[in-house]
Design a protein around this ligand. Structure first.
Ligand SMILES: Cc1cc2nc3c(=O)[nH]c(=O)nc-3n(C[C@H](O)[C@H](O)[C@H](O)COP(=O)(O)OP(=O)(O)OC[C@H]3O[C@@H](n4cnc5c(N)ncnc54)[C@H](O)[C@@H]3O)c2cc1C
Length: 317
């Protein structure tokens, strides 16, 4: 039974979606941190997704769009509003040679392996990135010398400022390193279209597997984390290199620690809080600033309540 305070959208849509009240978000983030959301909705179709957001907007209720939760720090105090998780929107199609169209919640490792099985080259880089297509576009995620922007053609976006579904091109999105022009508070990626090169299937599958295995060797895959914590300040000096040289691998704050395998990975050693993580991030920034006079900016997004002092970590410098 739905809580009556959440009466925004039609009964038909409510029944079709997985709805939960007071839903612990730690279950839906790779860091395994996050208090409860007032409500969690997991639409099964694009229409349900759009109808839900439209309804919440009309009522002025706060909402947040969540993909794989793999680039996100959620407050241990949770989020007062509705979290809309896209991971039931899984469709991937190959409508014409060299083209893949994927729904927002399709997992990047899945689409990378699907592309490889069709002999399509371009997504090999994404096999070890545990996010979704929507989160991948927003973050312009990348690895192994490539990124989303290299294969992106267009996205179907629900623009909540005008209440319209529109197709946006690569130029519209103006991709940069780990960002694009879309604001997830206003623009929801519903699906994306990618163009890839046809190649030899065996070679593409081998490269994809190599990239996957490289991850297992170099990243703390078995311990909850959210990937790279800070952006690289420049291509020559990665955040991981600077953190390692500054001795950050020794740092621990409560149950949040820096991975001994990769200095730019923060791991949840079991029961870490968002406050412990932000304190650790500040100490990592301070170490690199003292050693190299370089300010590191977090790659992660945040959700929920953070104090002004915690939010300082996300300030430019
Ligand atoms: C082990 C590990 C390895 C990683 N390796 C890499 C790597 O090599 N390269 C890299 O770039 N990243 C990496 N990441 C980080 C992360 O996987 C990527 O940033 C990914 O693109 C995030 O996708 P997501 O679906 O999990 O987004 P989330 O964490 O769920 O959300 C991130 C942001 O995107 C927004 N968002 C999500 N879906 C939508 C949508 N449909 N429409 C609008 N906004 C949306 C959210 O509101 C939020 O602001 C790694 C993470 C982990 C845990």
């Amino acid at each position: 039974m739905l809580d009556p305070k959440f009466s925004t959208y039609s009964n038909k849509a409510a029944k079709a979606m997985d709805d939960a009240i007071n839903a612990p978000l730690a279950r839906h983030t790779t860091l395994k941190i996050g208090g409860e959301a007032d409500r969690l909705c997991q639409p099964h179709t694009k229409d349900e997704l759009v109808e839900l957001i439209d309804g919440l907007n009309t009522k002025g209720e706060p909402w947040f769009i969540l993909g794989g939760g793999s680039n996100l720090l959620v407050s241990s105090e949770g989020f007062r509003g509705t979290v809309i998780r896209t991971t039931n929107l899984l469709e991937i199609t190959n409508p014409e040679p060299g083209v893949l169209v994927a729904s927002a919640g399709a997992r990047l490792p899945h689409i990378a392996k699907f592309a490889a099985s069709l002999g399509l080259s371009g997504l090999e880089f994404a096999v070890g990135i545990p996010g979704t297509v929507g989160g991948g576009v927003i973050m312009n995620c990348g690895a192994h010398g490539s990124s989303m922007s290299n294969i992106f053609v267009s996205a179907l976006v629900f623009d909540t400022t005008t209440n319209e579904l529109k197709t946006m091109s690569k130029d519209d999105l103006a991709f940069e390193y780990r960002r694009c022009r879309l604001d997830p508070a206003k623009h929801v990626v519903v699906e994306a279209r990618f163009k890839m090169e046809q190649g030899a299937r065996e070679d593409i599958e081998r490269k994809t597997k190599e990239n996957e295995e490289y991850r297992f060797r170099t990243q703390p895959i078995g311990t909850p984390n959210a990937g790279s914590t800070f952006k690289n300040p420049d291509p020559q000096r990665t955040a991981g290199f600077l953190l390692d040289k500054a001795g950050a691998k020794q740092l621990q704050e409560g149950q949040a620690g820096v991975s001994s395998l990769h200095a730019n990975f923060v791991v949840n050693l079991g029961g870490a809080t968002s406050n412990q993580v932000t304190t650790l991030l500040r100490r990592m920034q301070d170490r690199v600033h003292e050693e190299f006079d370089v300010h590191l900016s977090p790659e992660w997004k945040i959700l929920g309540h953070f104090t002004d002092s915690e939010k300082e970590v996300w300030k430019k410098s």
